[in-house]
Write a protein that binds this ligand. Sequence first.
Ligand code: ADP
Ligand code: MG
Length: 633
Amino acid sequence: MSLILKYLKEEKRSELNKINILPENIANKIAAGEVVQRPESVVKELLENSIDAGATSIELIIRKAGKSLIQVCDNGCGMSEDDAILCLQKHATSKISTYEDLEAIMTLGFRGEALSAISAVSLLEIKTERPEDEIGTYIRLDEPGTIIKEKGSFPKGTIISIKNLFFNTPGRRNFLKSDATELKHIIDTFNKIALSKPEISFKLYVDNDVVYDYKEGSIENRIKEVFAENMFDALIPVGENTDFIKLNGYIGKPSLLKKNKGEQYLFLNKRFVISKQINHAVFTAYENFLEKGDYPFFILFLDIDPAKIDVNVHPTKLEVRFEDEKDVYNFVLAVIRKGLGSVDLVPSMTFRNPIFSPEESTEKLAVNKFSRTETNDFTDRPDYAKKSYAAADFSDKEIDLIFNTLPEMPKNTQARPDIPFEKPMTQILHQENRQPELFNRREVESFIIQLHNKYILSQIKTGLMIIDQHVAHERILYEKALKLYDADLRFSQPVLFPITIELDPAKFGLVKELNDYLNRIGFMIKFFSKNTIIIEGIPEDVKLGTEEKIFMEILDEYAYNQKEKKLEVLDNIAKSFSCKTAIKAGDYLSEKEMRNLIDQLFATSNPYVCPHGRPIVIKISLEEFDRRFGRTS
Ligand code: ADP
Ligand code: MG
């Protein structure tokens, strides 16, 4: 016994001393708190142990959101009788033995603390039998310290049951959230782990019901199982492998950005981790697609030599450090950028199956999460009640009907002289600085109509294309503003009668501050006496007669963006300008104007997503029409 303990035992300390050495069972409970925070943490540790044990089939059984039972059954390597007892000790692990091993961890566990921590705060039972053994081992740990051991015949592998979690730490037990919340955490973790190991079959039972039954297979298959059958409509594959670092997986199309966070899956050497740096790299790649509060979806598998990373930052091993942080960052950024530039980003419309059985409802929910076309369709149509009957009161169903009654166009449009055909304008020149060809301009053929003075409908080779005129123009003007700023030409259209505006002091200050930016995109402003400005020139896209109104709206929008979204100055100016100057829903466009708009749109760097991240173009394929009409050929 150490001198200190002896000293304490003999109670020689004075009444004034305040420090106590904690009894071991209390110290263990505290240490357990770091690893075991809630039922979900137990689930994570047990599933990871089964994976490390080489299991090909894992079942998780949950009762009362894990508060009464968490059981994991695997067909892994099992444990010998001695190991089954040893594994409950602190720092007992079969996964590393020397410090050097820490450098090259390929297993999920290595700290040897999960089972001991869990057993400190629950009733634990192990049934295990190795493939090579005739008979297995049963271990029960009722109170910490009292081990009951029996021999018995069990399935090959290991079954670990955790009952009454936190029964002896009421503080923690009371701290747990509702069953629904705790269960959600468990399901999230179960799915993350299932995604990381598609080669293993996973089954989840909740209160005796099978909730998930994932078969072993490819990652593509697992993604479909976890999310939805049509998940891949919303995803772009990415991949790049070098000798030192590999990145593979899927990222969400920009039009499917989400306002909630939890849809980023990063697996580092097959371990789910959270990395601010990697998130930042991915978010940066999405740059212009993102608004504040948007989060791109991704499932990425990053593989790096384990010696070059450190996952031993925190007991939960969720955090990670990279040795070559900058290189990893740049690699991820480049791969995601390339992925975003490589595919047709137009959301195509897929309609829900008419047959909707209750069994499918969970899956359909997931489907809807990722196909925003449903909500983006035509829900925010302006109210036409005051206009002519022809345009009034179209329900979504009727709009669908309009699409469905469009005449079938023959393949060769030249053969239809009755349809006026204007050659697309020749702004194709701009195309060389575009990303890989996303859209075949020749696709824009024959008919083009404006729907409700809001959407432009046009036939394309693969079916029908629908463009939202306001956001399309917004994208054009946004890029134009950025170009004008860069070019610094200060090109402006003089107004006939200079416009004098009296501003409040705050706005006056703002205009002064932004004058150089405003000037570069085409506003010529003179500062007159106190709080008064005179506008002498405007950008060519501002309609005559609306100068003052638009200018004031731009200032308001700028102030709003600055406060609410913390946009950078130039980005904010360009966004505010494009948003307020663009043609609006409700503006009539001639055919020539529509074609012009389409031409300019497809000369921009990203014709498919507006600066705020909303889709600009939606395509409905002929197959989709055929399917809806029951045409099978
Ligand atoms: P770690 O996973 O960090 O090694 P744990 O406390 O989680 O620590 O587990 C301790 C040891 O128990 C493991 O190293 C492993 O040898 C053994 N073990 C745990 N779960 C299983 C299992 N399902 N199958 C076989 N062995 C297991
Ligand atoms: Mg472990």
